[in-house]
Design a protein around this ligand. Structure first.
Ligand code: CUA
Length: 156
C-alpha cells in the first residue's frame, strides 16, 4: 500500500472514532447527566407578568416532601427575588420569565443556564448536593445595566 493511502486510511479512521466519541459524549450528557435544553414550559402576557400565576407570588415554595419551586421574575436590571434560599439535597424547580426584554439566568457552578424571555415560561430542575452560595448572573445583554444584573442563590 502506498504511503498516501495509509495516511488517508488513518485520517478516515480517526474521523470515525471522533464521531463515535462525540456521539457517546452527547448521549452520556443527555441520559446520565441530565443535561438538556430547557423547553418552553408555557406562554403568558409579559405586560401582565406580575399578576399571572405563579409569577404573582415570586419566591420559594415547597411542592413536595423534598421538592421546592422557585418562581423568579426578571426585569431590567434585576431579579425578584434577588436572594434565593433553598435547602441543599432537595429537588429545586426554577421557573422564570421576564416582563421586559430577554434576560439570562445562569447560576454559577451549576448547569442551570436559561434564557428568560418575555411571554415565555422557562423551567429547569436542579439539586444542590452541597450547601453553598452561588452567584446568579444575567448572561444575555439586556441594556445599559446588564453588567449590574445579578442575584444570589444560597443552598443551606
Ligand atoms: Cu439582564 Cu443582562
Amino acid at each position: 500500500m502506498s504511503k498516501v493511502l495509509v495516511y488517508e486510511k488513518s485520517f478516515l479512521t480517526t474521523g470515525v472514532i471522533l464521531l463515535i466519541l462525540c456521539l457517546g459524549a452527547l448521549v452520556y450528557a443527555t441520559l446520565a447527566m441530565g443535561i438538556h435544553l430547557p423547553g418552553r414550559a408555557g406562554i403568558l402576557d409579559p405586560a401582565r407578568l406580575n399578576s399571572t400565576p405563579p409569577f404573582d407570588q415570586p419566591g420559594v415554595r415547597q411542592t413536595g416532601p423534598n421538592a421546592y419551586e422557585v418562581v423568579v421574575r426578571a426585569y431590567a436590571f434585576g431579579y425578584e427575588p434577588s436572594e434565593i434560599r433553598v435547602p441543599a439535597g432537595a429537588e429545586i424547580t426554577f421557573v422564570g420569565s421576564s416582563r421586559d426584554v430577554i434576560h439570562g439566568f445562569n447560576i454559577e457552578g451549576t448547569r442551570i443556564n436559561m434564557m428568560l424571555i418575555p411571554g415565555q415560561v422557562s423551567k429547569n430542575v436542579y439539586t444542590f448536593k452541597e450547601p453553598g452560595e452561588h452567584l446568579l448572573i444575567c448572561h444575555e445583554y439586556c441594556g445599559v445595566g446588564h453588567h449590574f444584573m445579578h442575584g444570589k442563590v444560597i443552598a443551606e
